[in-house]
Design a protein around this ligand. Structure first.
Ligand SMILES: Cc1cc2nc3c(=O)[nH]c(=O)nc-3n(C[C@H](O)[C@H](O)[C@H](O)COP(=O)(O)OP(=O)(O)OC[C@H]3O[C@@H](n4cnc5c(N)ncnc54)[C@H](O)[C@@H]3O)c2cc1C
Length: 510
């Protein structure tokens, strides 16, 4: 049976219930926007995939009231180990290098399937259930909407929505149907294994080992005794190897005997970035827009970052609180992040696998000598954590970013400041994903009046050493976006600049 197109029966259709689609649905729902989430699978995916959740993702989740729930079900990694072909490992203590930069100075390990289950449960608390067994088969772009065809087990349904968000993964149907191209690098074959150790005295260490044209990674697991391993496989072999042939390699990196290989899967992945992330009222999010090396632990985190960046902008447009042109900044900002990732972590891992001189140099010099040497410098160690944890992501070149006050530019993530002698911090006010003004010091009366007239929350913090060390400027004012990035930084609390900014995007804060 074919059901006729139903006009606007929801504002946003989300195709794909992976982490990107679920995080987008959660952000929209948080803003009171109705959406539907459909997925062609019959139910949640149980295969092991992403494990690492970065600090920036937890910061964004905190704004959605979701961080603590995830942390409860995961395990914190505070030691990174790096070794070259069985040599003694070099260790980085994350707690030391990250302190003072984020409320989450660690990596969180939680299986992607548990992460997705918790997101879906949270969504269900808001009344949104994932519609399984519902495949996007076709779409048609209109000037101000998208018509989509969904195929279920019994029927085909056509619906018209204001926005369609393709969160449908690396082989995105949405991207193909919209005719959006993207360059893709050669693909790589990976294994991912879940194993039970005979003796579990390893602790919560995340271990990388570089060999001759291979990389293996050992990750802690919230279930005692279990570990996840991910690594590259020989490209020349026709078929992926049998689990038992991999056992010696897995035991070597696990540093002991494996009682049982619970599960082993193979993936072929590639690095690719879509030439654009939107086409009219269709938007691409997560792996549908860009894919990265699974070894860098960034793909899922970047998809969730996309989802939250897009979510607040879509909500603002749909609620009439911003001009539609606000959405143009989504591609600008998030494509920039994907490209930066490709140029850094993806390239580093590809480099280490290189057969030529570059690979040999990286394996035999960089890891055992240069990395330990450089990590002796506190500022460099901090930069390493900030890059890995995505807390360095900035949108300075975005059309939404303006000004500089202290060391903080428009577009930067608001630096984290812990309030002296208390458990509180300046991120507490970001709950709820709303625009707000921050002043660290004393506000001028003109700013207080302007904020009240605009309906903008004004948050005041005492000037402190922590604020200074974080790069903020005393008595400056910072207009903060719903996702915790600085929109406008004004050293002199310039009210005219604030009003111009608000008018430019037709912003309102009711
Ligand atoms: C071995 C491995 C380890 C990894 N480790 C990490 C890590 O530690 N950290 C990290 O950040 N990233 C990691 N990644 C990457 C991470 O798994 C992906 O980036 C992430 O799953 C992308 O999420 P997504 O929601 O964009 O897409 P997906 O998770 O692929 O979800 C897409 C969904 O869309 C559905 N779908 C597809 N087509 C249709 C259609 N036509 N109609 C309806 N539904 C459709 C699919 O069924 C699927 O549920 C790893 C990847 C692998 C393979």
């Amino acid at each position: 049976m074919i059901l006729p197109a139903t006009p606007d029966d929801c504002a946003v259709l989300i195709v794909g219930a992976g982490p990107s689609g679920l995080a987008l649905a959660l952000t929209l729902t948080h803003h009171g926007i109705r959406c539907r989430v459909v997925d062609e699978r019959t139910g949640p995916d149980e295969a092991p995939r992403a494990m690492v959740v970065q600090a920036r993702t937890l910061e964004l989740y905190r704004q959605l009231g979701f961080a603590e729930r995830l942390i409860e079900h995961g395990v914190k990694v505070d030691v990174l180990e790096l070794s070259e072909d069985g040599e003694a490992p070099f260790q980085v203590l994350l707690g030391d290098i990250a302190s003072g930069t984020s409320p989450y100075p660690f990596l969180l390990c939680i299986p992607q399937r548990d992460h997705e289950r918790l997101l879906a449960t949270r969504l269900a608390e808001f009344g949104v259930e994932v519609e399984w067994n519902s495949e996007l088969s076709d779409l048609y772009l209109l000037d101000d909407a998208v018509e989509a065809t969904l195929v279920g087990p019994a029927e085909e349904q056509r619906l018209k929505v204001r926005y369609l968000c393709g969160c449908d993964g690396a082989y995105s149907r949405t991207r193909t149907l919209a005719g959006i191209d993207g360059r893709a690098d050669d693909s790589r074959l990976f294994y991912v294994a879940e194993v039970r150790l005979a003796d579990d005295s390893l602790g919560h260490t995340l271990r990388f080992e570089l060999g001759q044209q291979r990389i293996d990674m050992l990750l802690p697991h919230p279930v005692a005794g279990l570990r996840q391993l991910v690594g590259t496989l020989d490209e020349s072999s026709e078929d992926p190897p049998e689990p038992e042939t991999l056992r010696p390699r897995l035991e070597r990196i696990a540093g002991g005997s494996i009682e049982r290989i619970e599960r082993i899967d193979h993936y072929r992945t590639r690095s690719s970035i879509a030439e654009r992330f939107s086409h009219g009222h269709l938007l691409l999010v997560g792996d549908a827009a860009h894919q990265h090396s699974p070894l860098a632990g960034q793909g899922m985190n970047t998809g969730i970052g996309d989802a939250i960046n897009l979510g607040w902008k879509l909500a603002a447009v749909l609620e009439g609180h911003a001009d539609e042109s606000l959405l143009e900044s989504y591609t600008e900002e998030r494509r920039g992040v994907a490209k930066a990732l490709e140029a850094t972590s993806d390239r580093l891992f590809e480099g280490a696998l290189d057969h030529g001189l570059k690979g040999r140099l990286l394996r035999s010099f960089l890891v055992p000598h240069l990395v330990p040497f450089l990590s002796g410098f506190p500022k460099l160690r901090r930069t390493l954590f900030q890059t890995l944890s995505q807390t360095r992501i900035e949108y300075r070149r975005s059309p939404l970013s303006a000004g500089l006050a202290g060391e903080v530019h428009g577009g930067d993530r608001l630096p984290w400041v812990s309030i002296d002698d208390s458990d509180e911090d300046n991120f507490a006010t970001l709950d709820g994903l709303r625009w707000q003004l921050h002043v660290y010091g004393t506000p001028k009366m003109s700013l207080v009046v302007a904020a009240a007239a605009l309906g903008l929350e004004l948050e005041l913090f005492d000037w402190s050493d922590s604020a200074r060390l974080a790069g903020l400027k005393r008595d400056a004012c910072y207009l903060i976006r719903p996702d915790g990035h600085v929109a406008l930084a004004s050293p002199s609390q310039d009210v005219l600049a604030l009003k111009r900014y608000v008018d430019w995007y037709g912003l309102s804060f009711g």
